[in-house]
Design a protein around this ligand. Structure first.
Ligand code: ARG
Length: 583
């Protein structure tokens, strides 16, 4: 942003050298285009008064022609209003930049993002929605800003439950679960069969002692690498992965089979992790188990809460796996930062895992590990989302509901849409609606999954933004392609207020992305895009494009339209939402 640079320069010229580089504190303002609050922030430190410093700041600004108005106001604000030509100049610069002004603040930063992580032999359900969508948006945004992103899908593919399931499948050869035995069913449907069998296995496990024994020995066989058991396990993993991939492609997320590194990946290192923790004194034996204790993690009754890294029966659990994983991500993947996009309820787990890894020296000072928590998806009754009969809501069903609703809404709006186009639009709108509704809510808060609201053409919805984008494209389609392509900015044209508001907002794109990267909060980008779509509407209501008075005016407005369309499409794309050209 040019204003920020101008104030920064002036500030460095008026403060003593040791205070150089301070934040110019430039904000949008109601009284001018911008307000610089640096004088208020810095005066005390350098032993001056804010008003005096503000005056000096103003006098030290170079390129005064950039501003139509610059004045000190109140206790020491500097109000700045850009000259029309400066704003048009900025528009022209943005229009020629494929990155729309975005820099590379994350350049080269190797960032592992752990997201989605569903469990094998079970269907993806509503609980996997947010991690998948938020994780993917972060992967896209950080990647766009230059980070070297490594996606990791920490599939739940290991544990005693698989011994139980495999034993059950073996004892029930009549239970057809293999994809090839389920002719005509897609991967998602075959998962449903497995999910049912898994429940049946669990039910037998809970009531039949003989089965418990047989399941236990099957766990031992699996862990010992018994060939037949492993073969079935591999089939279960492969078939589940296919089903997950089907959902990922429906959702349009980046996760690919290569990104999967399930819990089983780390199985060979669990013993060694615990040995090392014991050897370094980070973990201690306690009642036959191996545990790590923390000064600051105390349970409700005042007793310390341990992280159990080896159970008294010698088994390893979720925590041990996460420790082996963190070690691997730092040592082998060379992570400089690891993001765990996992439900807020696991906060304490990650707090303990990170602290343990730090004490063990696996997580050095130079590596950041961040739990990126999120709230719960609620049903219409405001309670965690369940089916009418109280069961888990399948992710596929949620997406179906949104796409069905989108079909109704889109057909009503545009009954003449070509059936093939309609199908594409409906998918884009339904899936986009679910993603936008999720991302636009503040990450840490719970939100209600309300299909009606999320696929509405009005209000803060994905459909509204997609529609705003198609409107811009359709305006441009009404003009000769030649004219749109070669439109240039004439900086001498007087700016109308709505053009000014739109142009200033377009200039904020880079800053908003940087904020999302710093806070890991994609809703900031949603808020921005919604404001942009509204600013465009105001602009279009008051500033005719096709029927502009002069060629210069038309040219400038075409460039604004193009830029607004590109920024909306790019912004939605970074959220993982497609922006069709028509709908
Ligand atoms: N599979 C786990 C679950 O469903 C989530 C795993 C999250 N990632 C991790 N490294 N612990 O709860």
């Amino acid at each position: 942003m040019v204003v920020e640079a101008a104030v920064s320069g002036a500030l460095d010229r008026v403060v003593p050298a040791e205070f150089a580089g301070a934040d110019p504190v430039v904000r949008r303002s109601e009284h001018a285009d911008f307000q610089a609050n640096a004088a208020l922030a810095q005066a005390k430190r350098i032993g001056s008064s804010p008003r005096e410093l503000a005056g000096q700041l103003l006098a030290a600004m170079d390129a005064p022609e950039m501003f139509a108005d610059a004045a000190v106001s109140g206790p020491g604000f500097v109000n700045l209003t850009l000259a029309d030509a400066a704003i048009w100049g900025q528009v022209a610069e943005r229009a020629g930049d494929a990155r729309l002004g975005a820099g590379l603040p994350e350049a080269g930063r190797r960032t592992v993002i752990d997201y989605s992580a569903p469990n094998i032999a079970k269907e993806m359900h509503v609980g996997h929605l947010r991690t998948t969508i938020i994780g993917d948006a972060l992967a896209r945004i950080l990647g766009f800003l230059g980070a070297d992103v490594i996606r990791q899908n920490h599939l739940g593919d290991w544990g005693t439950q698989f011994g139980m399931l495999i034993q059950y499948l073996d004892e029930h050869p009549e239970a057809h679960w293999r994809q090839q035995e389920l002719s005509g069913q897609d991967a998602t449907a075959s998962m449903s069969t497995l999910d049912t069998l898994y429940r049946a296995a669990r039910a037998q496990f809970d009531t039949d002692e003989g089965f418990v024994e047989r399941a236990r020995s099957r766990v031992v066989a699996l862990q010992a690498g018994d060939t037949a058991t492993l073969a079935t396990w591999r089939e279960l993993v492969a078939q589940s992965q296919q089903a997950f991939q089907a959902i990922y492609s429906r959702l349009g997320v980046l996760l690919a089979p290569e990104d999967a590194a399930g819990e089983s990946t780390y199985n060979p290192y669990l013993a060694e992790v615990v040995e090392e923790l014991l050897a370094t004194g980070v973990a201690v034996e306690s009642d036959g188990a191996v545990c790590v204790f923390f000064d600051d993690i105390i349970g409700p009754h005042g007793a310390p809460v341990p992280l159990i890294v080896r159970k008294s029966d010698g088994g390893y659990g979720y925590a041990t796996t996460d420790l082996a994983t963190i070690r691997y991500r730092v040592r082998e993947l060379k992570a400089e930062r690891i993001l765990y996009v996992v439900d807020a309820r696991q906060a304490q787990h990650f707090q303990m895992v990170f602290a343990t890894a730090r004490r063990a020296g696996w997580l050095g000072e130079d590596v950041e590990a961040v739990h990126v928590p999120f709230g719960t998806v609620l049903g219409p009754d405001g309670r965690p989302f369940k089916t009418r009969s109280g069961g888990t809501v399948r992710l596929g069903d949620l997406l179906d509901a949104a796409v069905d609703r989108a079909r109704a809404v889109v057909t009503e709006k545009d009954p003449d849409l070509d059936p093939q186009v309609l199908d594409q639009v409906v998918q884009a709108a339904g899936i986009g609606a679910v993603k936008y509704a999720d991302l636009s809510n503040s990450r840490i808060k719970d939100y209600v999954f309300d299909v009606e609201r999320m696929v509405s053409f009005t209000g803060d919805t994905g459909v509204y933004l997609q529609y705003a984008h198609t409107r811009i494209r359709s305006i441009l389609r009404r003009l000769p392609a030649e004219q749109v392509e070669h439109a240039t900015v004439d900086v001498t044209v007087a700016l109308r207020p709505a053009e000014r508001a739109l142009a200033l907002l377009l200039d904020e794109f880079a800053q908003v992305l940087a904020e999302v990267a710093a806070t890991l909060e994609p809703h900031r980008l949603c808020t921005y895009l919604f404001a942009l779509a509204k600013a465009f509407t105001d602009f279009y209501d008051t500033c005719p494009v096709v029927k502009a008075d002069t060629d210069s005016e038309r040219g400038n407005r075409i460039v604004l339209c193009r830029l607004a369309g590109d920024t909306l499409a790019q912004g939605l794309g970074l959220l993982g939402i497609t922006a069709p050209a028509r709908m």
